[in-house]
Design a protein around this ligand. Structure first.
Ligand code: ATP
Ligand code: MG
Ligand code: MG
Ligand code: MG
Length: 430
């Protein structure tokens, strides 16, 4: 019977064959212990010299780290084993003997590990992080589907930029110019006018020459957009969504959280609603804390976001930023045109902005004025203006950076571990 390691619990006392890689090996005289992994989990295979053929015993002895094999044995329950099960091996069939696997159990530098990312993914820590990523993606689809959202996919190649032309990857589109998408935002607004509540999950590209622990060149964004939804309702969706993904990870990923040594007591506190402070209050607070590198009207940098969020154990919304620092499509606060109806959600523990969202301008005349102010004369923006001509309605949305959220949920030192093949300022290999 073929089985995966995750499935062995269904076969106690029976013989199974598992396709696996050798993670580690120990032996003492007449016993060999094989630590096996197959992507679904780990199990120890025990080989007793007297119970297997001479050939199997010798073949097992030749197995090196990351050699691939089929192993057949009887599943035994074992309370002391990390997985709760053990395999009493009856035969081994090597597929390939791996020679000089570069990632040994000893310590390696980050650059070395990044050069070997294609192999590093096999380590128990990387494996655990990416399983948590998978759980967050599943929880995202579940949450939005359960709340009546339709998934709509915006284009990745675009003829225009959503929020200014700096930081855009330029490419050729036959004999025209095109850009890699920085955000699906504008298209999601069109989708919301067609379907009411929509969300997207796709890659975003930013040619940012910044080298921070929070920025990737290529990252994945979740972008919900909702018709007939105001700023207040938008924040409620965000806090319920973020609390939901954290609770789902806690519910389903305890072994992974343990593998990476995450302090789960911090995550257990993540429940909606989240606190809110205005941009004005945040500036006042930073001044009190002695920050003299920020004035009203500036966007926050990482140290500012960290200082603001440090006061809270759960994510905090900072609302009503100056119009100047935000995108052209955000709706002004009624009676206070210098600030907009927006919010950034800052994660605790110094992980910075995980969500940026806002109420969108739905008034045609105001949008036309913004087009003039921002010099949006490019004909590729015309379709977006038309959304305000044909049945414009109040609408809001937000964008969550998946890797930012994963870095926080997993407590990572650097965002590079939150994506299988990170693209960084100096790295596009492997
Ligand atoms: P930041 O201020 O951190 O540079 P941003 O305000 O430029 O972020 P938005 O345009 O609001 O980012 O994008 C929405 C979300 O996408 C952010 O809240 C963040 O979670 C994520 N994000 C933005 N830029 C990056 C990046 N370079 N790498 C990873 N995630 C990012
Ligand atoms: Mg940015
Ligand atoms: Mg920002
Ligand atoms: Mg933002």
């Amino acid at each position: 019977m073929k089985a995966t390691i995750a499935e062995v619990k269904n076969y106690v006392g029976r013989e199974v064959t598992i396709g696996a890689w050798l993670a580690n090996k120990r032996s003492s005289g007449k016993i060999q212990f094989l630590e096996l992994r197959d992507g679904t989990g780990y199990i120890q295979g025990v080989i007793l010299k007297n119970e297997v053929s001479e050939k199997d015993w010798e073949e097992a002895r030749e197995l090196t780290q990351e050699s691939s094999l089929y192993v057949t044995g009887t599943v035994r329950e074992d309370k002391r084993a990390p997985s709760g099960f053990e395999l009493t091996v009856s035969s081994v069939e090597p597929i390939q003997i791996a020679n000089d696997y570069p990632i040994t159990p000893k310590e390696h530098g980050v650059e070395f590990l990044m050069d070997h990312r294609h192999l590093w993914l096999r380590s128990s820590r990387q494996h655990a992080i990416l399983r948590i990523r998978n759980m967050v993606i599943k929880a995202t689809y579940d949450f939005f589907n359960d709340h009546g959202f339709i998934k709509v996919d915006p284009p990745i190649l675009t003829g225009s930029s959503a929020e200014g032309t700096t930081d855009l990857f330029h490419t050729k589109y036959f004999d025209r110019d095109a850009y890699l998408s920085q955000s699906g935002q504008l298209y999601m607004e069109a989708a919301a006018m067609a379907f009411g509540k929509v969300f997207s999950f796709g890659p975003a590209f930013r040619a940012e020459k910044s080298k921070t622990r929070r920025h990737l060149i290529e990252f994945w964004m979740i972008e919900p957009e909702m018709a007939f939804v105001d700023h207040e309702e938008n924040l409620k969706v965000q806090e319920n969504y973020v609390a939901y993904i954290v609770q789902e990870v806690l519910k389903n990923c305890q072994p992974e959280l343990k593998t990476i040594g995450r302090d789960t007591s911090k995550l257990e506190k993540i429940k909606a609603p989240f606190p809110r402070i205005t941009y004005d209050q945040a500036i006042e607070f930073l001044k009190e804390q002695g920050f003299d590198d920020i004035e009203w009207g500036d966007d926050f940098g990482s140290p500012h976001e960290t200082a603001i969020a440090e006061r809270f154990e759960v994510p905090v919304f900072v609302t009503e930023y100056p119009t100047e620092v935000k995108a052209f499509y955000m709706k002004p606060v009624p009676g206070r045109e210098e600030v907009v109806l927006c919010a950034d959600l800052l994660a605790p523990e110094g992980y910075g902005e995980i969500i940026g969202g806002s109420q969108r301008i739905d008034d045609l005349e105001l949008m036309e004025e913004r087009y003039r102010q921002f010099h949006l004369t490019d004909p590729s923006y015309e379709w977006y203006l038309e959304l305000r001509k044909y049945g414009s309605v109040p609408h809001s949305g937000f964008g969550l950076g998946l890797e930012r959220a994963i870095a926080w949920i997993c407590g990572l030192e650097h965002i590079r571990e939150a994506i299988p093949f990170p693209r960084l300022l100096n790295r596009i290999y492997p």
